[in-house]
Write a protein that binds this ligand. Structure first.
Ligand code: UD1
Length: 421
């Protein structure tokens, strides 16, 4: 397994291009299952999670062509010949559950293994199933698989999510596009990835109102057609690289960055003494003085502070002036990066879903282990500002969600290299 070695190298400067969003692409790809006409996605990120979704779709009979070095994905579902998503593929990635709604909506039947994914808490899929049941689906759980059927087709229904779920909203939204009648989804997720999915489905002929609000109204249509759609900018990759000059000093311009994707995060950076400026091509970030100030952070569904940036923010707060309190409200057990940061000299006290971080003047390089996708990049950020070498192992987590991380950081002056094993 590859390792990444990061050596603290002072201030950074230059530009970092931001890719298309992994999480948007992972829900746009299964949307192909809703139509027998081609779906082309441009601005796709080059990531192992995208390859896993391609493999899953191919196992169902979808034609997947990766063009322009992986930046364009051409998908065609005219010959779907298998309605079972097997455990072998699904266990690698939780987002695999997103084939359930589309398969069921178009074919009236689907069998999907219960997913695995990042080890950040229990992460059940009950809301996905309940939302589809509200559209008339019947669910049977047997031997680790969900057997879903809607023999006469899905029917429009009303479902109120008891709490916000991004994936369950996506599954229900896709399924509802082909259900007979009107579906109303309340307390739906409002993430930019949901808006992007709705826009793509609308191009395919779906009738959706309310995207970006907590009520989605979908008028089912008989069939959807092909479309070409650019994947929205990855706000999590954006936020991650915005934190590099926050922790190391210097100034970085994030090409393609947009403030509206990440408003609450920008507000928090401002509070911590980090300036975010709109530029012609994106956003530019630099800290106002030598150290950032401690801030309190509580994760929340969009438009709140994203849970997927909590680990990276913690890395920055490890060297802030004062004491910060981070509350993780979305996932249980999402502080696995804390013990690794402590190995680098950070002072962190985790009690349940709350972590108290007392800033220290400098972190020290150490061998550390990536435990999940966002944790892995938080250790790289910490390494950028640490004294000496930080060796991050298990970087396959990183490759799930960040393309060319070494190239992007080296280009702005970081000392970082991958050691293949
Ligand atoms: C998506 C993102 C992930 C991000 C998360 C929250 C993708 C591929 N992944 O994950 O990066 O961290 O949103 O922004 O887009 N839950 C249930 N039952 C369900 C579904 C969810 O209890 O049926 C719980 C989860 O365990 C979690 C919370 O609801 O505690 C929110 O999860 P959800 O929004 O569904 O996250 P994902 O869609 O899995």
């Amino acid at each position: 397994m590859d390792k990444i070695v990061v050596t603290g190298n002072g201030a950074l400067s230059g530009q970092v291009p931001i890719a298309g969003a992994k999480n948007a692409c992972l829900t746009l790809m299964p949307a192909t299952l809703l139509s027998d006409e081609p779906l082309t996605l441009t601005n796709a990120p080059r990531l192992s999670d995208i390859k896993t979704m391609s493999t899953l779709l191919q196992s169902l009979g979808v034609e997947v062509s990766s063009l322009q070095d992986g930046k364009v994905l051409a998908l065609a579902s005219h010959d779907v010949n298998n309605l079972t998503a097997h455990y072998d593929i699904v266990r690698k990635m939780r987002a695999s559950i997103l084939v359930l709604g589309p398969l069921l909506a178009r074919h009236g039947h689907a069998v999907v293994s219960l997913p695995g994914g990042c080890a950040i808490g229990a992460r059940p899929v009950d809301l996905h199933l309940k939302a589809l049941e509200a559209m008339g689906a019947e669910m049977d759980l047997r031997e680790g698989y969900v057997h879903a059927s809607a023999p006469g087709g899905l029917k429009g229904g009303r479902f109120t999510f008891p709490f916000v779920s991004v994936g369950a909203t996506e599954n229900a939204l896709m399924a509802a596009t082909l259900a007979k009648g009107t579906t109303v989804l309340e307390n739906a997720a409002r993430e930019p990835e949901i808006v992007d999915l709705a826009r793509c489905l609308q191009k395919m002929g779906a009738q959706i109102d309310g995207e970006g609000t907590s009520t989605l109204t979908i008028q089912g249509v008989d069939r959807l057609h092909g479309a070409t759609h650019p994947v929205v900018t990855d706000r999590i990759e954006l936020g991650t690289y915005m934190l590099a000059p926050a922790i190391c000093g210097g100034e970085i311009e994030l090409l393609g960055g947009r403030r509206e994707l990440i408003g609450a995060f920008c507000d928090k950076l401002d509070e911590a003494g980090i300036d975010v400026t709109d530029t012609e091509n994106g956003l530019s970030v630099k800290r106002r003085s030598n150290a950032v100030h401690a801030v309190d952070v509580a994760t929340a569904p969009f438009p709140g502070f994203p849970t997927d940036l909590q680990a990276q923010m913690m890395a920055v707060l490890c060297t802030a002036e004062g004491e910060s309190v981070l509350e993780e409200k979305i996932f249980e057990n999402r502080f696995m990066h804390a013990p690794e940061l402590i190995r680098m000299g950070a002072q962190i006290d985790v009690q349940g879903g709350t972590a108290k971080v007392t800033g220290v003047p400098r972190l020290k390089g150490a061998p550390v282990m990536a435990t999940d996708l966002r944790a892995s990049v938080s250790l790289i950020l910490a390494g950028l500002a640490a004294e000496g070498d930080t060796v991050v192992s298990r970087v396959y987590h990183l490759d799930r969600g960040y393309e060319h991380v070494e190239e992007k950081l080296s280009a702005v002056g970081a000392k970082i290299e991958r050691i293949p094993e």
